[in-house]
Design a protein around this ligand. Structure first.
Ligand code: ASP
Ligand code: MG
Length: 465
């Protein structure tokens, strides 16, 4: 009997048919395992909730709120009737969702009249997606014959600070969850993403926060594994849209998984697996279409040192900024000023590189931040040290990831040798001293080819080297 926490994202619970499929998956594993479920909102609902909140605060049209609530009600009712057969369970669930929807409507109307939207009310509003999904999923389980009840994150004991929109659990969270959930009775369904602070006010853990919820709970109840269900088969060696030979990686370490997610490959947010890492609980990424295949296991140890490289990822929508000037040489504080001003302008920096001549600094940012970033830097360095500013939008960043490259000579030479043979120009390079990731920039039009060459060079698709 293993103890598992399973998290289903918005796509997996998008509608009644998929909710039912989740129920069937749980049933499939329930005989052999103890299970706690964590659910996201139905696909797209969190975005819609936030959007309606913004419109309400801006235009204050109550009629639009009523329209939106009607559509949301319709969608959830449809899901309930598609996923649940038993009339009594259906009406029980519908009673709950109706009550939540009418609370939500009142909150929106309040926002319409007040014309303001605080961080605290945004959290309250965006919590309803999960608050609607969890009772439905729990109802599906009862309909299938599995004992179940639903909980909000706050009810289960996730108590956070009051940093709305990005709240962090307090230490007592872990013991509270254990007290409230253990010993497990049936299959509890917990809302992902949402929690409450010490005053009992709803908080959220940041977008995509359901993964975080799952690993908090997994760590609190000493789960044997935490399963993240996806529509793809685990963690892949690269994007199959770029390279059809892309393969599922059987096992990967936490550190490698974090390098992958840092690079926009949307595997798992590092924050999301931090509680699992602390307790050394393995995390598994499983495919909802292929439940019996093992997926990808993410663990503490570095499994296969012989596989120097595990994956190649691509970030297409980036731009590169360069600042240069002879006076930058030997002048302390230039980098600090550049990065501080970018941080103040809310520009996220993806890559940094400065050669030891100190005459240039290259910075990669998201393309949508480029104009703001360049303006900010020009304003910061109006006189003096920085003489030249330039940028290039038509670039993409590649990352080659694998813990095995730490201390292994020759990896960089293989990477750049492959680029050289393919005639692909490398514009900027960065490797942190952890040596788990070598990142570099090429022109956008060569990016896809570059990924393919590297995938082949390191035999990631199983091709001979
Ligand atoms: N529903 C939330 C979001 O869309 C949390 C999640 O899906 O993980 O960000
Ligand atoms: Mg670009």
């Amino acid at each position: 009997m293993a103890r598992l926490v399973m998290k289903f994202g918005g796509v997996s619970v998008a509608d009644g048919k998929r909710l039912r499929h989740v129920g069937d998956l749980v049933k499939h594993f329930h005989d052999q395992n103890e299970i706690v479920l964590v659910t996201s909102a139905l696909q797209g609902v969190t975005d819609e909730l936030l959007n309606c909140a913004r419109v309400s605060a801006g235009e204050g049209k109550v009629a639009e709120v009523i329209d939106f609530i009607e559509r949301l009600t319709e969608r959830h009712n449809q899901a309930i009737s598609d996923a649940i057969d038993d009339e009594d369970i259906r009406s029980e669930v519908k009673e709950i969702t109706d009550r939540k929807l009418s609370e939500l409507e009142k909150a929106y109307i309040g926002i319409c009249y007040l014309g303001e939207l605080t961080a605290r009310s945004i959290d309250r509003i965006s919590s309803y997606g999960e608050q609607l999904a969890a009772p439905i999923l729990s109802g599906v389980l009862r309909d299938i014959g599995i004992k179940s009840r639903d909980y909000t994150g706050g009810e289960v004991g996730i108590i956070t600070n009051s940093d709305y929109g990005n709240a962090r659990p307090l230490d007592k969270t872990y013991s509270l969850i254990e007290e409230r959930l253990m010993p497990l009775s049936g299959v509890p369904v917990v809302t992902g993403f949402i929690a409450k602070d010490e005053k009992g006010i709803i908080t959220t853990l940041g977008r995509g926060g359901s993964d975080f919820t799952a690993s908090i709970i997994g760590s609190a109840i000493g789960a044997d594994e935490i399963w993240f269900w996806k529509e793809t088969s685990g963690v892949l060696t690269t994007d199959p849209k770029l390279v059809p030979e892309a393969k599922t990686i059987p096992a990967i370490s936490y550190i490698e998984a974090m390098e992958l997610s840092y690079f926009g490959a949307k595997v798992l947010h590092p924050r999301a697996i931090e509680p699992a890492i602390r307790k050394g609980i393995p995390v598994r990424v499983k495919c909802t279409f292929d439940p019996d295949s093992p997926g990808t296991l993410i663990i503490r140890e570095d499994v296969q040192k012989k596989d120097v490289i595990k994956a190649v990822t691509l970030m297409p929508n980036v731009a590169m900024l360069n600042i240069s000037g002879a006076e930058m040489i030997g002048t302390p504080g230039v980098a600090a000023r550049a990065f501080t001003s970018l941080a103040n302008a809310d520009v996220n920096i993806i890559m940094i590189s400065q050669g030891s001549s100190e005459a240039h600094i290259s910075i990669v940012v998201e393309e949508r931040h480029l104009d703001r970033a360049e303006e900010t830097l020009r304003a910061e360095f109006t006189r003096g040290v920085v003489r030249e500013f330039s940028h290039n939008r038509d670039v993409a960043a590649l990352a080659v990831v694998g813990a095995g490259m730490a201390g292994t000579p020759g990896v960089a030479s293989r990477i750049f040798g492959a680029m050289g043979r393919a005639g692909i120009n490398v514009m900027m390079i960065s490797q942190g001293s952890s040596e788990h990731n070598i990142s570099f920039v090429v022109s956008s039009k060569e990016a896809k080819r570059a990924v393919g060459e590297l995938h082949r060079e390191f035999g990631l698709g199983g091709e001979s080297r």
